[in-house]
Ligand binder design. Structure first.
Ligand code: BGC
Length: 409
């Protein structure tokens, strides 16, 4: 990024939402769901041991203990001068068994949302972030039509009990990634490799969103409802190679457009999660490894890609909120520049007329990074794995100044 870009102060529009993002399973702790069962399974442990890894580092367990420390976490969000927060609700807590609705869990989330409101934080609430109650997974999960009905009952309950304190509804987090990783590439539970199952799950998730959208709007006509989509920037590894260009087009269609095309009449905004550029190759493992300018996870830092993605998504003609953008960077040496450069391109998009209305850094805390376990550190605040003490990283102050001034200097 050229420093010339920052010669002048960059101002964001009034009312711009500044926040951080989290998800229930990755921070709360003490949850039993299909992921917690999978993490403990013999097959999973053996696979990790074979790779020379310690399975303990891949168990979510008590996570960041945020189920108990949510007030402290909300205070951290306030200390960042942010005016919003994205939090998640864990379906498996609310409905631990098919015929059991857990009143304590519902009351807990009511309190979380009220505490957020007390702190003047706008609430962006994710109803489903990949994890499922164990009973649902045993019934065949999202490959079965029944999942849609079950999900809608859960949505009804949220609407009636918690809806009044929800400003932005995210019915589903990155459904395409979930369908792909769980049913086609098999990285996530239930580790299937079936295009047929992938398609079934995708279709059921589309139906679930559309019906949830209608239900939420019946109850709250002015609600803001959408999904988030993982919208990374794809390029062919060899730009001159036509088959790779075609491969890129197919992947980008499934990755970025497919879901939005289907639900376009049932969204009030576009939720973007952007992390990296992905150079697609027809040579296995199909993604060209990046060597320079990478995060601790080896992901290429490519701020310009966010601009291209915003441009592409602007065709849906809806307000856009960036609901995740961040990096794994334990040393915190790259985080400030990362945030600054990405925001430069967000601002560029706004100045070209693209209706971007908010930016949420992923994540508030170092959290459980799914199949990658505990090693990636995405947080503006580090979390001690034994005491759960939160420790501010220097980049948190940098972000707090941006949120306070609504600008980058
Ligand atoms: C997911 C998060 C995850 C982040 C970093 C996003 O796609 O929604 O849950 O932690 O990526 O990998």
């Amino acid at each position: 990024m050229n420093n010339e870009n920052f010669e002048k102060e960059i101002k964001f529009p009034d009312g711009f939402l500044w926040g951080t993002s989290t998800s229930a399973y990755q921070i709360e702790g003490g949850i039993t769901n299909d992921w917690s069962e999978w993490e403990k399974s013999e097959g999973r442990s053996k696979k990790l041991e074979k790779k020379g890894k310690n399975p303990k580092d891949y168990i979510c367990g008590k996570a960041c203990d945020s189920y108990n420390r949510y007030k402290e976490d909300l205070d951290l969000a306030v200390s960042l001068n942010s005016n919003s927060i994205r939090i998640g609700i864990e379906w498996a807590r609310i409905q631990p068994k098919k015929d059991v609705w857990d009143v304590e869990a519902i009351n807990h989330y009511r309190d979380v949302l009220q505490e957020a409101k007390k702190r003047n934080l706008k609430t962006v609430v994710t109803l489903w972030h990949w994890t499922n109650p164990v009973w649902l997974a045993r019934e065949g999960g999202w490959t079965k039509k029944s999942a849609v009905e079950h999900y809608l009952k859960y949505v009804d309950l949220i609407i009636e009990n918690l809806g009044g304190n929800i400003d932005f509804w995210v019915t589903l987090n990155e459904p395409m990634l979930f369908a792909n990783y769980s049913y086609f590439l098999g990285y996530f539970p239930p580790n299937k490799h079936s295009f047929f199952k992938f398609k079934k799950a995708t279709n059921n998730l589309i139906k679930a969103h559309i019906k949830a959208y209608e239900k939420i709007h019946n109850f709250f006509p002015n609600a803001n409802v959408s999904i988030t989509n993982l919208s990374n920037y794809f390029e062919p590894a060899r730009k001159w190679f036509a088959p790779e260009q075609l491969f890129k087009k197919i992947v980008a269609y499934y990755g970025i457009n497919k879901f939005f095309n289907k639900i376009n009449n049932y969204i009030d905004f576009i939720g973007v999660d952007y992390y990296r550029r992905i150079n697609l190759s027809l040579i296995p493992p199909f993604i060209k490894r990046d060597k320079d300018n990478i995060t601790d996870m080896g992901w290429e830092i490519f701020p310009e890609g966010l601009f291209y993605v915003l441009k592409e998504l602007s065709k849906y003609k809806k307000p856009i909120y960036i609901l995740e953008n961040g990096l794994a960077d334990e040393s915190d040496k790259k985080r400030m520049q990362f945030i600054k450069d990405h925001l430069y391109y967000v601002h560029k998009a706004i100045s070209e007329g693209i209706d971007v209305r908010g930016y949420f850094y992923w994540s508030l805390l170092d959290n459980f990074e799914w199949d990658k376990g505990w090693s990636p550190k995405f947080g503006l605040f580090a979390v001690d794995r034994d005491t759960f003490e939160r420790k501010k990283r220097p980049s948190a102050d940098f972000y707090a100044e941006i949120c306070r001034s609504n600008s980058i200097k």
